[in-house]
Design a protein around this ligand. Structure first.
Ligand code: PHE
Length: 453
């Protein structure tokens, strides 16, 4: 085997690529959001629609991002500049980088809550608390000025510290440790949930589709979440694609990463919903599901303290591998485009995002009065990133691959490291040109409120 030296960093193994990309995909979206939106939109029928979107739209866009990244071997801004010189496409990359920066500001805050809940679990703090008390405690904690910052800031520093060590020794190595650990924890939690008396009602809720419960809003939420969960539209997979060697088969990588992301979301659903049902609690509680409903479940469950600790470690680890990817997008952009050292870029990006995060956190309490369009700063950033920047980014990436990059280059990239059937290539290009952009446009118009179902 010959070893060529690349100046640009690369992942060192196929497992490393999958661990890193799945690390990005598996996050708060899978463990915190997927179970609660499935609960809100009626269970099984929502799940079916979600799975169709992953397959039909999510996977082609993931493939598009990876392809653009590997072809250009640049950050998302530089990648479009290289593949379409002198055009405005580079702003699509810039949009993604912005979205990553804004998303990480509030993502780090939620990750901080999760860390606090590891400590609370260890102190057995949920024991004997009524649901109302648990809710008050959560609301008081997130709105207090200092406490959440004592977790959010260390979390961000930790994320930055992983990136300082680079692609192979930082991102790849940490993902190779954290991802298997995460799978192990989630399986333990599943076993616990499934052995509770009365847990089958939760499984039925999750897996038995009742299409009469499905709403137009639910369909759009499913597509939006498929995007968020696979980490699409932010240039993350363009960035990671730029570190993937030509021996890797991108089609296979896409399949493996999407499968892992979906499997973990389902395993999280199976860990949470049966337990919620076993204790007769309403699953449609919304964002408070893991911080209010679950502590209530843990308080009643035999061995609850241990499982609570494990659960919040799981949530924190999942958030960390995703935060690493969000920060990396910003770091590689700073270092390549501003031509600064990687270390300096890590420092700069971590500082900016942490400070924005502090504002997000304070907007839950002290800064509550300052609102943008009726939303506090935290919700405004979430709204902007998830409902506007993410779909726009995803739409343009698919248009770029469908119309600008074209079938020839796509076919060339897809055949590297393996085989890619011709019919699948044609289907892929067709989806990129027409299906994905139109579907995303609907989500976007619904998200910004211009269209209502
Ligand atoms: N996919 C991550 C999750 O499910 C979130 C994320 C979105 C991470 C976009 C990076 C980019 O939580």
């Amino acid at each position: 085997m010959t070893h060529r030296r690349h100046k640009r960093a690369q992942f060192s193994s196929k497992f490393g690529v999958i661990a890193a990309a799945a690390g990005s995909a598996v996050g708060l979206g899978n463990i915190w959001k997927f179970p609660y939106i499935t609960g809100q939109y009626g269970g099984g029928a929502f799940l079916v629609v979600y799975l169709i979107f992953i397959l039909l739209i999510g996977m082609p866009i993931m493939l598009s991002e990876l392809m653009v990244g590997r072809r250009a071997r640049k950050n998302p801004f530089g990648a479009f500049q290289k593949l379409a010189p002198g055009s405005a496409w580079k702003y699509v990359g810039l949009l993604g980088i912005m979205a990553a920066l804004l998303t990480l500001s509030f993502y780090g805050v939620i990750a901080g809550w999760s860390m606090e809940y590891i400590i609370l679990s260890a102190k057995n703090a949920f024991n004997g608390q009524s649901p109302k008390q648990l809710q008050d405690a959560f609301e008081q904690f997130i709105s207090s000025p200092i406490e959440p910052l004592l977790y959010q800031i260390p979390f961000m520093i930790f994320t930055g510290a992983i990136l300082i060590s680079g692609i192979k020794n930082g991102i790849e190595k940490s993902a190779k440790i954290m991802m298997p650990l995460l799978v192990l924890i989630i399986i333990l939690l599943d076993i616990r949930a499934l052995t509770l008396p009365g847990s089958s009602a939760g499984l039925e809720f999750l897996f038995k589709p009742d299409f009469s419960k499905l709403t137009g809003d639910g369909v759009l939420a499913a597509l939006g979440h498929a995007f968020f969960s696979l980490s699409l539209g932010f240039g993350i997979l363009i960035t990671y694609g730029s570190y993937i060697s030509n021996e890797n088969n991108l089609g296979r990588t896409t399949m493996q990463v999407s499968f892992a992301d979906t499997a973990i979301a389902l395993l999280a659903g199976v860990a949470i919903l049966p337990a919620v049902f076993a204790f007769g609690i309403d699953p449609g509680q919304g964002p408070g599901l893991v911080f209010i409903t679950l502590p209530n479940v843990f308080a009643q469950m035999p061995g609850g303290v241990i499982f609570a600790i494990l659960f919040f470690i799981l949530l924190t680890l999942a958030a960390l591998t995703s935060s690493v990817s969000l920060l990396e997008v910003v770091v590689v952009y700073f270092s390549e485009e501003l031509k600064i050292k990687r270390r300096t870029a890590v420092f700069l990006a971590t500082t900016i995002i942490s400070l924005l995060g502090v504002i997000c956190s304070l907007s839950m309490g002290s800064f509550k009065e300052y609102t943008v369009g009726g939303l506090n700063f935290f919700d405004a950033l979430d709204w902007l990133a998830s409902n506007a920047l993410l779909p726009i980014g995803g739409m343009f990436i698919s248009l770029f691959v469908g119309w600008k990059l074209g079938a020839d280059i796509a076919s060339n990239e897809l055949r590297k490291g393996g085989h890619f059937p011709h019919w699948l290539l044609r289907a892929f290009i067709f989806i990129c040109r027409y299906i994905a952009p139109v579907a995303i446009l609907f989500v976007f118009l619904n998200g910004v409120g211009l269209l209502k179902f």
